[in-house]
Write a protein that binds this ligand. Structure first.
Ligand code: 3PG
Length: 215
């Protein structure tokens, strides 16, 4: 269900492009472009670069400029300044570990589609009040896993989730088989040791396996 990469992307399009959104932590700007190329070669185009390192924004900028086949998103967006900086660096979507109205408004102001993070029914109701129907379920394994998503499928029948946190190539199928799961998120596609070794072939292979997960 690959989408056209040009123009505004909705959160649903971001979620539906591939079965997995990689959660990426980069400490070295030199890793950004070859890593992004490896992911794209393996069939993964929506890349969540987390705002957890001082290099994250420069990495986003490099990928946005030099890897046209990728769409850069910002992860770990926790305040309005994060959203502003990410948009300036070329991010086109944002993922947050939780939700505040301030973050939601900033993402709208800067044209970023947002996947807000939720872990409870009240949080789902709160983000729904602000118009969100595509959500990150975080931390997925710790907060109830696929059983929680099955239970939410009743009252929150109109919501699609991207479970993230403890998801692996092995357990991703349990999540992806659920009707209310559009994709999963996870850091396993970009292991720290593969980055340190410049093992782009391994990252490409992990991406290929992830992109072939059934859903
Ligand atoms: C996240 O930031 O969304 C999660 O920390 C990713 O979780 P994982 O490392 O368990 O995949």
């Amino acid at each position: 269900m690959a989408v056209n990469l040009s123009g505004h992307l909705t959160a649903l399009q971001v979620m539906q492009d591939a079965p997995v959104i990689p959660v990426i932590v980069l400490n070295d700007v030199a890793h950004a472009v070859p890593m992004a190329r490896a992911l794209v070669a393996g069939g993964i185009r929506m890349l969540e670069v987390t705002l957890r390192t001082p290099q994250a924004l420069a990495c986003m900028e490099a990928i946005a400029k030099e890897v046209p086949g990728a769409v850069v998103g910002a992860g770990t967006v926790r305040c309005a300044a994060d959203a502003a900086a990410a948009a300036k660096a070329g991010a086109r979507f944002a993922v947050s570990p939780g939700y505040t109205k301030t973050v939601g408004q900033a993402c709208r102001d800067y044209g970023l589609s947002l996947l807000p993070g939720v872990a409870t029914g009240s949080e789902i109701m709160m983000v729904q009040e602000d118009g969100y129907t595509e959500l990150k379920f975080f931390p997925a394994m710790q907060a109830g896993g696929s059983a929680m998503l099955k239970a939410w499928g009743g009252p929150f029948f109109d919501v699609k989730f991207c479970p993230t946190g403890g998801v692996t190539q092995q357990n991703a199928r349990d999540f992806l088989s659920l009707p209310n799961v559009a994709c999963v998120g996870g850091s396993w596609l970009v292991p720290a040791d593969a980055l340190a070794q410049g093992d782009w072939a391994r990252i490409e292979q992990l991406a290929r396996e992830a992109s072939q997960l059934p859903r």
